[in-house]
Ligand binder design. Structure first.
Ligand SMILES: NC(=O)c1ccc[n+]([C@@H]2O[C@H](COP(=O)([O-])OP(=O)(O)OC[C@H]3O[C@@H](n4cnc5c(N)ncnc54)[C@H](O)[C@@H]3O)[C@@H](O)[C@H]2O)c1
Ligand SMILES: O=C(O)CC[C@@H](O)C(=O)O
Length: 391
């Protein structure tokens, strides 16, 4: 049966092209099978009964009510690493450009328009206002060593910086990709105390909201430069205003300007350009679309943030997929329901992730279409089952 995809932001065409044949892209649909978005804020959205999956073409999912989605059996995907290079390039650019007062210098040079032959003389006289500092041999503190933090760390080392990093949950992938010359901070406090520049690359969660506050600013060196390409809410803006005013923070470079921050001195506001390259937008769109398509057609889950990665080779016969709570005795109740229709199981998989679980069971043959709604209903009645889909 045909499926409807709705987009809530501009999504690169090459990503939308993944949805061919049986798919319709309908941005007015009130009840799509899946939604693809970037930074659109979904917190006030109602979900249609057909909505099975949301694909975030990007990394941060703080714009999506993930808990509500889990409870309603809507799988939320993101695209880890797909825009990391784009963000890294802008972080490194901003690190150097802010150290050299490039943004302020360029802005000032533009004010000389119309000064005719005087321009050369004015430039030479005025440039002393913009004397900068070099990043070579300075210390960069990287908070969050995921896809972006690891790339930033490695490149900063290549540029001659010392790098100290903090991430209590560092993944095996990062550990493999990270230069051994990145120093591991034993605590946030150590990183804050030793860094001339701090770049933050953690998700916005209840735990990380306000990570930069009065106490953390106090721990930092005088005149530290902070780069925030993660999310604005990681920083307590009232405390930031004081830290900028006192000179504790020399510059705040942010990809997430707010009205408050725009009114502070020594802020470099960037209009959320971190992931805005053609390459990154295409990578994210294609990855999000492929993951959604695979899930809709086969039930396989890759890169969901609220349900476990789960893969079972798809035979094209009948597959029963069940999103459920991670509690005892679920698999046996589901298989009993299947057996009650005299159906033979060919293969199965069960995975769990932070309180939620996913079971996929392949039936030996294609099952009769009339059985499907009854079997679905029977499984849905099992306590702890969130959503059953028979493909
Ligand atoms: N500016 C942009 O356009 C842009 C683009 C991509 C991502 N982002 C933001 O950057 C964030 C990081 O992206 P990523 O691709 O590197 O994500 P990622 O998931 O690969 O890495 C995040 C890292 O943060 C670590 N972490 C979590 N909580 C932490 C804490 N309290 N202290 C230290 N480390 C902690 C995790 O262990 C993980 O290694 C995203 O969540 C998103 O908010 C912004
Ligand atoms: O879509 C974008 O341009 C930004 C995405 C970025 O904030 C992310 O979290 O991946």
């Amino acid at each position: 049966m045909g499926k409807t995809i709705k987009t809530l932001n501009n999504i690169a065409q090459v990503g939308l092209d993944v949805f061919k044949d049986d798919y319709t892209i309908d941005n007015d649909s009130a009840n799509p099978d899946a939604i693809v978005l970037r930074s659109f804020n979904m917190h006030a959205e109602e979900f249609g009964s057909e909505l099975k999956a949301i694909g975030r073409a990007g990394v941060g999912v703080n714009n999506i009510p993930v808990d509500k989605c889990s409870e309603q059996g809507i799988v939320v995907f993101n695209t880890p690493g797909a825009n990391a290079n784009a963000v890294k390039e802008l972080v490194i650019t901003s690190l150097i450009a802010s150290s050299r007062n490039l943004f302020e210098g360029v802005q000032w040079a533009n004010t000389l328009k119309g000064k005719g032959d005087e321009v050369g003389k004015l430039v030479e006289a005025g440039k002393k206002q913009f004397v900068g500092k070099e990043i070579n041999r300075k210390t960069l503190g990287v908070i969050g060593l995921g896809a972006i933090g690891a790339l930033v760390s490695n490149d900063a080392l290549r540029l001659g910086m010392d790098v100290i990093a903090y991430d209590p949950f560092v993944s095996v992938n990062t550990a493999w990709s990270l230069s051994r010359n990145v120093q591991r901070a034993v605590s946030m406090e150590q990183l804050l105390a030793e860094s001339d520049y701090i770049s933050v690359h953690v998700p916005l969660t209840e735990e990380t909201k306000g990570l930069f506050n009065k106490d953390s600013f106090q721990n930092m060196k005088e005149d530290v430069y902070i780069l925030n390409f993660s999310r604005g809410e990681l920083v307590n803006e009232d405390d930031l205003a004081d830290a900028l005013e006192s000179g504790k923070v020399g510059k705040y470079i942010t990809d997430f300007p707010s009205d408050k921050v725009l009114n502070m001195d020594n802020v470099i506001p960037i209009p959320h350009l971190g992931a805005s390259t053609g390459e990154s937008e295409e990578n994210c769109a294609v990855m999000a679309a492929r993951q959604l398509k695979a899930f809709l057609e086969t039930g396989n889950i890759k890169n969901a943030v609220n349900f476990p990665n789960t893969f079972l080779p798809y035979s094209g016969k009948t597959r029963v997929t069940v999103l459920h709570e991670s509690i005892p005795n679920m698999v046996s109740q589901i298989t009993t329901a299947i057996s009650s229709y005299d159906l033979n199981i060919a293969d199965m998989v069960n995975r769990s992730h932070e309180g939620f679980a996913y079971t996929m069971i392949d039936i030996e043959d294609k099952i009769n279409g009339d059985v499907i709604p009854n079997l679905e209903e029977k499984i849905n009645l099992i306590q702890g089952v969130i959503r059953t889909r028979i493909i």
